[in-house]
Structures are given as C-alpha cells and as structure tokens.
Design a protein around this ligand. Structure first.
Ligand code: ADP
Ligand code: ADP
Length: 226
C-alpha cells in the first residue's frame, strides 16, 4: 500500500487549454478516493498520469515517498482496471488471472497460491478452467478484477469499470468492489461520472471541473443537504 501525492499537476495536450490544471490532491494510505465530474473534465487524464500512461507537463506525482514523474508504468507497481476490460479469449480464467504473474516470471508455486486465493476472494473457484466466452458478464468483470489484484499492487486504479454494465450487474459489482477494498485495504483511486458510485464507494470524493479540482470531501460533506 502507498499514499499517492499529487502536487500542482498540469497536463497540456498540444498548446490548448490544460486538460488538468494545477491539481494538488493527497490520497491517504488505504483510502478509497473517487474522482468524479462531467465528461472531459480530466478524470482519465489524471488517472493515466498516476499510472504513467501519460506524461506530466508540470508538477510532481509521488507514490509513497518516491517521485514517479519519469518512472515507467510497469515499475510503479499499480493495478489498473479499465472500462473495456479485455480478457484473453484463448486462455482459461486461471491463466487470465495468472497473466501478470507470468509476465513477472513468478514461480509456478506462487502463481498457484495467488491465483487460488484471488479466485476464492472473487468467488471464481468453480470457473477456473473455463474460457471467457463461457462466462456471464459479471463473472468476466470479476476475472478482470482478479487479474488486477493478483499481484500485490501498491494501489488500485479504476477507470469507470462499471459503465458498460446493466443496472443490476452494476449494483452487484459496486457491492463487490466495496467488499474487496474493505477486505484488502488497498489504496484506491476510482474514476466515475456516476453519483451513486461516488456516494457509496468513496471514503472521499474529489470533484473535477474543466481540469481543476473543485471540491474534496467525504460523500456526506459533498452530497448531503444541510
Ligand atoms: P472518455 O470521455 O470516456 O474518457 P473519450 O472518448 O473522451 O472517452 O476518449 C477516448 C480516448 O481518446 C482516450 O484515450 C482519450 O485520451 C482520447 N482522446 C480524448 N479526447 C481526445 C482528443 N481531443 N484528441 C485526441 N485524443 C483524445
Ligand atoms: P474525462 O476522463 O473526465 O472524460 P479526459 O481526461 O478524457 O476527461 O479529457 C480531458 C480533456 O483532455 C478533454 O478536453 C479531452 O478532449 C482532452 N484529451 C484527452 N486525451 C487527449 C489526447 N490524447 N489528446 C488531446 N486531447 C486529449
């Protein structure tokens, strides 16, 4: 686990208006932070700068006490779950979840232990030998999450992971994500434009507007009317 510290972060694409404009935000160790705001406000850009998929124009990004501005994504030890999670269709659930460990050249013994634990946590144990095509939407989503959490990542980053699901499944997955995060206590940054997700999942919510940080507070502080 690690805190994520953003200090005066600016991102300009070309010479236009900054997509992210002087954002300073601390995500505490073990905290579940939501980034919320209308389409185009800079949520994804900010998340991608945390992960290292996007260069920072100016400012400092820290993970733990390390400045990561120039650190390659794979050396940041973060786990990212995308909106359009892509599972490998020719691999079983087991091998899909194991994939990041294989890349990291983990020993078979460790792979087996971690995949088994992760599958239990996500209630996928009975489906380990199946291929993605034979799973329900919710199961596929859980496999994608399994692949993200199977390594001991310092933080989880979610980019609208539920936005392509139907309402019922979205509700189930919301509960699932909340349960997992409580259980694992891993620092999490979660991008959404859905107020229900923001209100129910986050310890704190950061509201972005036109690239700027507008408000940061607990869901109660932000959404409850006095
Ligand atoms: P979302 O609003 O869900 O983030 P978008 O359709 O805005 O999705 O963006 C999809 C992809 O296109 C992203 O990878 C984003 O970085 C990129 N993108 C968005 N706007 C532009 C743009 N003006 N020029 C080039 N790429 C863009
Ligand atoms: P959000 O995730 O809140 O929808 P984004 O971070 O995707 O917002 O986009 C913020 C702004 O940056 C938007 O104006 C978008 O068009 C622009 N943008 C995003 N990605 C790119 C890109 N690759 N090239 C140029 N402009 C981009």
């Amino acid at each position: 686990m690690a805190a994520i510290t953003m200090q005066n972060i600016v991102k300009k694409y070309g010479d236009g208006f900054p997509a992210v404009n002087d954002v300073s935000l601390d995500v505490q160790d073990g905290e579940f932070m939501i980034l919320v705001g209308p389409s185009g406000c800079g949520k994804s850009t900010l998340l991608r700068m945390i992960v290292g998929l996007e260069d920072i124009t100016s400012g400092d990004m820290r993970i733990g006490d390390r400045v990561v501005n120039k650190v390659a994504p794979r050396e940041r030890n973060l786990a990212m779950v995308f909106q359009n999670y892509a599972l490998y269709p020719h691999l079983t659930v087991y091998e899909n979840i194991a994939f990041p460990l294989r890349l990291a050249k983990a020993e078979n013994e460790e792979v087996r232990r971690r995949v088994t634990e992760t599958a239990e946590l996500l209630e996928l144990t009975e489906h380990l030998e199946r291929k993605p095509a034979n799973l329900s939407g919710g199961q596929r989503q859980r496999v994608a999450m399994g692949r993200a959490i199977v390594r001991d990542a310092d933080a989880f980053l979610f980019d609208e992971p539920l936005s392509n699901l139907d309402a019922k499944l979205r509700g189930q997955m919301r509960t699932e994500i909340a349960r997992l995060q409580r259980r694992l206590g891993t620092t999490t940054v979660y991008v959404t434009h859905d107020q229900t997700e923001a209100m129910t999942l986050g310890d704190r919510v950061a509201v972005l507007r036109k690239g700027e940080l507008q408000q940061v507070g607990s869901p109660r502080e932000l959404y409850e009317q006095p």
